[in-house]
Design a protein around this ligand. Structure first.
Ligand SMILES: NC(=O)c1ccc[n+]([C@@H]2O[C@H](COP(=O)([O-])OP(=O)(O)OC[C@H]3O[C@@H](n4cnc5c(N)ncnc54)[C@H](OP(=O)(O)O)[C@@H]3O)[C@@H](O)[C@H]2O)c1
Length: 242
């Protein structure tokens, strides 16, 4: 049976790496992204259907549900922000934008997909994206930490409410080499010192994160729900200095 998965952020670093793994495993894909050029290119490469739109626009979610159609076996919400500022410099607009894109967008995406996920002949799987900064305190992460903390709460509540038909898990990456992190990654010295804070001595790659995303979508993960899984080179649990 071919499994069908919708990936919001399907043109992004982690979303596209996940889409490539799933395509190689024979999944049917529906990709969602903001920039037409990027989403049409990856959709053509992977023979996927797609929807173009911004998660700040609520009309996107029912459009995706209509475009994807029928039964769905999985949903990935790989859209997010990195907005690192001192607490004094964060504005109400920052708080609202980070909350909207990371947390409310995820909630609306799941709500729209739910009728199709419930039609899955398998146990459907939802994968959300949290961050290492939601469970550990990092300076300058006041807004994104708060928004990703909400993703953790959403994951736990829905995992309970939607069981046993739908599993819901979140992945909490540490710094990963994608466009989202480009401003941090452009500083080679800073990147090297952040890498040293990881017991595994490097930053993440999109493929590191995509591998666990694909696993969580697969039937091999059918007894995993309500988990926030750190994929972070040890950053959340292991002390490397002092
Ligand atoms: N990279 C990291 O270091 C890191 C660390 C912790 C957590 N995460 C989380 O991992 C997830 C995936 O991030 P990533 O690193 O793969 O990011 P990315 O490479 O920047 O990809 C983001 C994807 O989301 C889409 N997108 C962004 N804003 C959107 C909007 N307003 N409406 C619709 N689509 C939008 C982008 O489409 P366009 O390109 O067309 O705009 C792109 O497909 C996010 O939730 C992020 O918070 C990442």
């Amino acid at each position: 049976m071919t499994r069908k998965v919708v990936i919001y952020g399907g043109s992004g670093g982690i979303g596209s790496a996940t889409a490539r793994i799933l395509h190689a495993r024979g999944y049917d894909l529906h990709l969602v992204g903001r920039s037409e050029d990027k989403i049409t290119a990856i959709a053509a490469e992977l023979k996927a259907s797609f929807t173009i739109g911004d998660v700040n626009d609520s009309s996107l979610f029912p459009r995706v549900a209509e475009d994807a159609r029928d039964a769905l076996d999985g949903l990935v919400y790989a859209v997010g922000t990195i907005n690192l500022r001192s607490f004094q410099r964060l504005t109400e607009a920052d708080f609202l934008n980070d909350f909207r894109v990371n947390a409310i967008g995820a909630a609306l995406a799941i709500q729209s997909a739910l009728p199709a996920l419930k039609k899955s002949k398998a146990i459907a799987s939802v994968v959300l994206f949290s961050s290492v900064a939601a469970l550990q305190g990092f300076a300058f992460h006041g807004s994104i930490g708060m928004a990703k903390g909400a993703v953790n709460g959403l994951t736990l509540s829905l995992a309970n409410e939607l069981a046993p038909r739908v599993r819901v898990n979140a992945i909490a990456p540490s710094l990963t080499r994608t466009q989202l992190a480009k401003d941090i990654l452009s500083n080679v010295q800073m990147t090297a010192s952040i890498a040293e804070l990881h017991a595994l001595q490097r930053l993440g790659t999109p493929e590191d994160i995509a591998a666990i995303t694909a696993f969580l979508l697969s039937p091999e993960a059918d007894w995993i729900t309500g988990q926030i899984i750190g994929v972070d080179g040890g950053r959340s649990t292991l002390r490397t200095k002092g």
